[in-house]
Design a protein around this ligand. Structure first.
Ligand SMILES: Cc1cc2nc3c(=O)[nH]c(=O)nc-3n(C[C@H](O)[C@H](O)[C@H](O)COP(=O)(O)OP(=O)(O)OC[C@H]3O[C@@H](n4cnc5c(N)ncnc54)[C@H](O)[C@@H]3O)c2cc1C
Length: 302
């Protein structure tokens, strides 16, 4: 489907006889632990890959929207002689561009935050390590989920041309699709978040995340009040759902791991945005909070 530049193949060792020699790497019975050490980095890498793909698609869409002439400006819609304008004058196109610009800034904020935690963890800070672990499924699962949607919206900016090979965005969409699957599918990330990270260390990891978010909301400037108000509503609902998880039917909690992961992702993404690029927080809040807020409200009540 995509990533045609990648030398992906199936490797069968031992040929038809099934005979091959295996060498022990590291100590016996430590393989899974070592594999996961590598996997954590790979998961963060896939989230950053998706961020880069959305950024590429967004840049192409932005440029195309300033060149493609189609239709007239809204205020001249009844004038048959009105000059034609570029599509970046049309409010629905502006929305597609604005929401993806804000989304990219939130992704960057989250990635900066986790990179910072990883550096501190490397220097022996255990709290930073636990917080980075909490955020890892969000970087992998939430960013890739929303990046695919964002890239699809960039294809939309191109109209019919977006679907054609002559234009670059369709490749971003195809190449990006694997990000939700490999290095642990997003459902597996959701299971990690709900099953291990949220209850991890007796709930301390989740508490740390909520305290960090509350601190950012408290410090936000007046100009970001809309985003903070919406964020607080979402935080309250997410906290209710998360704290209610032990009392829920486990099948139902697991059934909902993707919506929960997305809601926590939007919440942590908003906090990171307020910290690193606050000027985009209102657009982000308007565009991305209502959907997850509605879903969390539904989950909290049912
Ligand atoms: C282009 C490409 C490159 C790859 N590169 C590598 C590589 O270099 N090295 C490598 O080892 N692998 C690689 N993979 C494999 C990839 O990691 C797996 O495809 C991926 O982890 C999903 O496993 P699966 O295909 O067996 O799907 P399955 O495990 O069969 O999953 C199918 C569906 O069921 C869901 N599911 C499965 N189990 C559960 C569960 N317990 N709870 C909830 N949902 C579940 C999944 O989320 C998914 O939606 C690559 C795959 C591709 C396509």
């Amino acid at each position: 489907m995509g990533i045609h530049g990648s030398p992906t193949c199936t490797m069968a060792f031992g040929g038809d006889e099934g005979e091959c020699i295996g060498y022990l790497v590291g100590q016996e019975f430590q393989g899974m632990r070592l594999m996961f050490e590598m996997m954590v980095e790979a998961r963060l890498g896939v989230g950053v890959q998706a961020l880069g793909q959305l950024h590429g698609a967004y840049q192409h869409a932005l440029r195309y929207s300033a060149e493609r002439v189609q239709g007239v400006a809204l205020e001249n819609v009844k004038d048959p002689d009105a000059p034609r304008v570029t599509i970046d004058n049309h409010p629905p196109v502006q929305r597609l561009l604005k929401r993806n610009e804000a989304l990219l800034k939130a992704f960057r904020g989250l990635v900066f935050h986790v990179a910072n935690l990883a550096d501190k963890a490397h220097d022996g800070d255990d709290n930073a390590k636990y917080f980075a672990q909490f955020c890892t499924p969000l970087v992998k699962g939430w960013i890739t989920e929303y990046a695919f949607q964002g890239i699809s919206e960039c294809v939309q900016v191109f109209g019919g041309n977006g679907y054609l090979e002559e234009y670059p965005v369709n490749q971003y969409l195809r190449d990006n699709r694997i990000a939700m699957i490999y290095e642990g599918t997003n459902e597996v990330q959701g299971l990690d978040l709900v099953g291990r990270q949220i209850p991890g260390k007796g709930g301390m990891k989740a508490m740390m995340a909520f305290q960090w978010i509350t601190g950012i909301f408290d410090e936000a400037e007046e100009s970001q009040s809309f985003a903070v108000r919406q964020g607080k509503k979402l935080q309250e609902l997410v906290a209710g759902v998360v704290m209610g998880l032990p009392n829920r039917d486990p099948r139902d909690s697991i059934y909902n791991v993707i919506p929960i992961q997305n809601a926590v992702g939007v919440l942590v993404g908003l906090a990171a945005l307020l910290k690193y690029s606050p000027q985009y927080s209102e657009t982000f809040a308007r565009e991305f909070i209502p959907e997850v807020l509605g879903r969390m409200h539904f989950l909290a009540k049912n």
